[in-house]
Design a protein around this ligand. Structure first.
Ligand SMILES: NC(=O)c1ccc[n+]([C@@H]2O[C@H](COP(=O)([O-])OP(=O)(O)OC[C@H]3O[C@@H](n4cnc5c(N)ncnc54)[C@H](OP(=O)(O)O)[C@@H]3O)[C@@H](O)[C@H]2O)c1
Length: 264
């Protein structure tokens, strides 16, 4: 009997880490449902992956700042007869301007994109995963979740939330065959700093701090398949994470205040 082809829903697949996840999973024969705002990019990627790996690859253009987007994505999948077996909650960005100077609508959109929609998509894919007794979820956190506070406005706190909730979900869902991993990359070559407007400051950081998206994805995928709830990819990031975490709170505050390369 032929094995069922599993399908991965990847948000933020039009660039960077999400695009690298699409390539990595397509290579392994997964069918894909790609989501982001830039539909043309998604369509180009889908055409390329279908041609290269002979997989099914659907695209759904959605703005995850919109509270209706997660439900719309899942409803689209259901209408297409697609069962989501793998969820890569990857779409994200970082605001840069000072909290008090940033319009509430922008802050609220960041929370919607990286907290509410991440949590809602996890919730909405679970019934199917539980029914099948198999599921894999990767939520993109960041090394920022291990960093001193204040590294970047809401971003550090948001990524802390993603790190924590992923571990809680993993504890709850492992008995049902569902693994959840918080993937916590450090500086990764993507469009992230172009979008944030911090490319010049980012380019000044030493090369040793940087990883390629493909390496982050390989380690993250290996971690979720193995059942590791937290993955900090790369040796340098692992050292940084394990050094910062045990520091006294006062020292972390000092470092956050005085050593932030992206301070506004
Ligand atoms: N790069 C790093 O150094 C780094 C480090 C740690 C963690 N991360 C995390 O990794 C994840 C991916 O970032 P990346 O580095 O790959 O950045 P990227 O190259 O800028 O890609 C971000 C992706 O998110 C999508 N996205 C952004 N806002 C969206 C919205 N409102 N609705 C739907 N999709 C949206 C973008 O697509 P559209 O613009 O087409 O919508 C794009 O596909 C993020 O969660 C980020 O926080 C990145």
């Amino acid at each position: 009997m032929s094995q069922k082809v599993r399908t991965a829903l990847i948000t933020g697949a039009s660039a960077g880490i999400g695009q690298a996840f699409a390539e990595h999973l397509a290579q392994q024969g997964y069918a894909l449902l790609l989501v982001a705002r830039r539909e043309e990019r998604l369509k180009e990627l889908a055409a390329e992956l279908k041609q290269k790996y002979a997989i099914r690859c659907d695209v759904f253009a959605a703005d995850l700042n919109d509270p209706k987007a997660p439900a719309a994505i899942i409803s689209y999948a259901e209408k297409q007869g697609i069962e989501i077996d793998v969820l890569i909650n990857n779409a994200g960005l970082s605001g840069k301007t000072a909290f008090a100077e940033t319009p509430w609508e922008q802050l609220s959109a960041e929370i919607q994109l990286m907290i509410t929609s991440v949590t809602e998509l996890c919730h909405r894919v679970l019934p199917n995963m539980k029914k099948n007794g198999w599921g894999r979820i990767i939520n993109l956190s960041s090394l920022a979740a291990f960093s001193p506070p204040g590294a970047s406005l809401l971003y550090t706190g948001i990524k802390h939330y993603v790190l924590d909730i992923s571990q809680s979900l993993d504890m709850e869902l492992k008995p049902f065959g569902i693994h959840v991993t918080a993937l916590c990359p450090g500086f990764t070559h993507t469009e992230f700093h172009d979008v944030m407007g911090t490319r010049d400051a980012a380019n000044k950081l030493p090369a040793i701090l940087w990883q390629n998206a493909e390496d982050v994805v390989k380690e993250g995928w290996h971690a979720v398949m193995k059942g590791n709830p937290v993955c900090v990819p790369g040796v340098v990031n692992k050292v940084l994470a394990s050094t910062i975490r045990p520091m006294p709170v006062k020292l972390q505050y000092y470092l956050g205040k005085n050593m932030n390369p992206f301070a506004h």
